[in-house]
Design a protein around this ligand. Structure first.
Ligand code: HEM
Length: 174
């Protein structure tokens, strides 16, 4: 994969942070709205707002996070499958994008249409789903900052890659 200049890499990392942590923020809003409806806030108001946040902000952001995350891996020495922390983040994010697009967004639309008529089990789902996804995003954030577990089976022909990745990483933290 092509190496990108340090300024472009910083711009990409900035975009990655804005989109991924914005995604986490939007998820916390959904969690707050789900809890508010459980605690007696008017579902006829809360669920349409949650539907709007889900369809206008959360679902498009999830696709953007995936795309920018993959670009951040492919265009830097980290690579997409070279380091375990990147690979685990890829798996977590891919599963989440699927759940957001094919499960959560339809559920939010349904809740938005039903409002106060939404059954209790479906109401609980609108707390559980954002609680689980928020937890996964926090795990992804912790993995990103601690970068645990090192490399997957390093190729003997490229022994300098790990230090190069560390050196390249240092260029983004100046
Ligand atoms: C497709 C999924 C993802 C991939 C492949 C990915 C990959 C990467 C890579 C390679 C970096 C290092 C970039 C660089 O050094 O220039 C990075 C940084 C980071 N990522 Fe992700 N990411 C993904 C999703 C996420 C998610 C969902 C979050 C949080 C909600 C997240 C949070 C972060 C943070 C906070 C950093 C900065 C770490 C630092 O600079 O020390 N990423 N990511």
């Amino acid at each position: 994969m092509p190496r990108i200049p340090p300024t472009t890499r910083k711009a990409l990392l900035t975009l990655h942070l804005i989109t991924s942590l914005g995604w986490l923020g939007a998820d916390l809003v959904l969690l707050t709205l789900g809890i508010a409806a459980q605690r007696g806030a008017d579902p006829a108001v809360v669920y349409p707002v949650a539907g709007l946040v889900g369809t206008v902000l959360f679902a498009p952001l999830s696709v953007l996070v995936w795309l920018v995350g993959v670009a951040s891996a492919l265009l830097t020495p980290w690579g997409l499958v070279r380091y375990r922390w990147v690979l685990v983040k890829l798996v977590i994010t891919t599963v989440m994008v699927g759940l957001v697009l094919f499960l959560l967004t339809p559920n939010l639309r349904h809740a938005s249409a039903l409002g106060a008529a939404l059954p209790a089990r479906d109401r609980a789902d609108l707390v559980i789903a954002p609680a689980v996804s928020t937890t996964l995003m926090i795990i992804a954030t912790v993995l990103s900052t601690y970068k645990p577990w090192g490399r997957r089976a390093a190729r003997p022909s490229r022994p300098a890659t790990a230090p190069a990745a560390a050196r390249d990483r240092a260029t983004t933290s100046k």
